[in-house]
Design a protein around this ligand. Structure first.
Ligand SMILES: NC(=O)c1ccc[n+]([C@@H]2O[C@H](COP(=O)([O-])OP(=O)(O)OC[C@H]3O[C@@H](n4cnc5c(N)ncnc54)[C@H](O)[C@@H]3O)[C@@H](O)[C@H]2O)c1
Ligand SMILES: N[C@@H](CCO)C(=O)O
Ligand code: NA
Length: 431
């Protein structure tokens, strides 16, 4: 049988890993795919020191790849929203299947891209876009397809988790660890995407769509990063038996779907609390399966290439199959996507960790607990730190409550004369 011809666009971290894995494991891959898969062409601005491209066509114009009549599968690894979108749409219009690691592209333009793919009868595969090496798309879309999924929670940004782990374990400086993550190829071109939770929100948007069967709605995700986490909060959380992790969390409720990314206190004994460094993990709760956990490297050249190449093999396997019976892009048949709304953040519900600075005066604690009580918020734990200063830190853990109620309570607490500055809030989940 004729070999299947792949064109790789972008020869950076993931592109070089993909190029090398496809070459190194070519025999094993063809035994699995049933066809020989060859890298016919590479589109890149510059050569990569780890890749020997002698014997491969190299072009400086990635659109040569998308329009090359010889190419069957275009692998988009340039990143970003705009040129990547144009490249992928061009490939689709030229009848090519597409494999991408670009979560920004899928989260923001995925609905349009999948519609075009449907129209042109090609596949767009995006396993590498979420959680690097972990086959989480396949697990949810195929492995858990019997389930009504209730919620999922995950550590889905490797750079952020690497930073939090190094800060906590070694007391390292934020900027210093970020620079190391960049040198290791983990970070996005613009690392604020990692640090401010945007990358995790892209990934969560994708996971929620395939878990709940709703269109991609990145603009409705609540996004908060790790840049404001202080060492004090890390320490207080530990004292209370919790750990702070940056989580993506999505849950089905009666009124809509929660879609939120933020630092979260989780019990120190929870499996997710012990996912460290660049590792990612996603916990999925399905009504039949119960909880299942998926763990692995969330970034890096070959861990990500593992998912890119698996998608290439998947596409090759389906080339001989029934075109009308492929696994749907978003797990549910395109005509069956639901219009269940994404909930505004105000309507979501979590527990809360609150830290505030109170003047050392009688009656302050009583006023705080009264405000919480008046707003129907139950307190689970309260700690007032002993100090020689005139201000004392007070830490509270509350039971679950709607965000809007907590906003009102926090505003009332901040208005008290005895409270200095703003109240720090970190949401709590008992996973
Ligand atoms: N690095 C990771 O660990 C990782 C993991 C999962 C997903 N991703 C995603 O994979 C994609 C690639 O990431 P990366 O880390 O390999 O980035 P990178 O910056 O290392 O590589 C991108 C390459 O594409 C090239 N490029 C960009 N625009 C181009 C253009 N118009 N024409 C030709 N070449 C162009 C750049 O020169 C660069 O060499 C991104 O979408 C990223 O979000 C990365
Ligand atoms: N910048 C991303 C790459 C993997 O998607 C991360 O650190 O998780
Ligand atoms: Na994946």
């Amino acid at each position: 049988m004729k070999p299947v011809k792949v064109g790789i666009c972008g020869l950076g971290t993931v592109g070089s890993g993909t190029f090398n894995v496809l070459h190194r494991n070519a025999d094993e891959i063809s035994r699995r795919a049933g066809r020989r898969i060859i890298v016919e062409q590479v589109g890149t601005r510059r050569d990569h020191p780890n890749c020997d491209t002698k014997g491969t066509q190299v072009t400086r114009d990635i659109f040569d790849v998308a329009t090359n009549p010889e190419i069957d599968i275009v692998v988009e690894l340039i990143g970003g929203y705009d040129i990547a979108r144009e490249l992928v749409m061009t490939a689709i219009e030229n009848g090519k299947h597409v494999v991408t690691a670009n979560k920004a592209l899928i989260a923001v333009h995925g609905n349009e891209i999948f519609a075009a793919a449907q129209k042109h009868n090609v596949m767009v595969a995006f396993e590498a876009s979420v959680a690097g090496s972990i086959p989480i798309i396949k697990a949810i879309r195929e492995g858990l397809s019997a389930n009504k999924i209730e919620w999922l929670a995950g550590i889905i940004n490797g750079t952020g988790n690497f930073i939090l782990t190094e800060m906590r374990d070694k007391g390292r400086d934020f900027a210093d660890v970020l620079a190391e993550a960049q040198a290791l190829g983990y970070a996005e071109t613009d690392p604020t995407f990692d640090v401010e939770g945007i990358d995790a929100a892209h990934k969560l948007t994708i996971l929620a769509s395939i878990a709940f069967g709703v269109p991609l709605q990145f603009d409705k995700a609540y996004t908060e990063g790790i840049s404001k986490i202080t060492t004090e909060d890390v320490q207080y959380a530990e004292e209370l038996g919790y750990r702070i992790k940056h989580l993506g969390f999505s849950r089905r409720t009666e009124s809509g779907i929660e879609l939120r990314v933020h630092p979260t206190l989780i019990p120190a004994t929870a499996l997710l609390a012990n996912v460290n460094g660049v590792m990612n993990a996603i916990l999925v709760d399905g009504d039949a399966a119960g909880q299942t956990l998926y763990y692995g490297a969330g970034a890096g050249a070959e861990p990500t290439a593992s998912s890119v190449v698996a998608d290439v093999i998947d596409v090759v396997r389906t080339l001989t199959g029934d075109r009308d019976n492929r696994v749907p892009h978003l797990a549910f048949q395109p005509t069956e996507l639901s219009d269940k709304p994404i909930l505004p953040m105000n309507e979501t519900e979590t527990g809360y960790y609150l830290r505030l600075q109170a003047a050392e005066k009688p009656g302050v604690l009583a006023s705080i607990t009264k405000i919480l009580g008046d707003n129907g918020i139950n307190i689970e734990a309260i700690v007032q730190k002993e100090t020689a200063e005139e201000q004392v830190p007070v830490i509270l853990l509350t039971q679950r409550v709607k965000e809007w109620k907590m906003n009102e309570a926090i505003a009332a607490i901040e208005a008290l004369d005895a409270i200095i500055g703003q109240v720090t809030r970190i949401r709590v989940e008992h996973l």
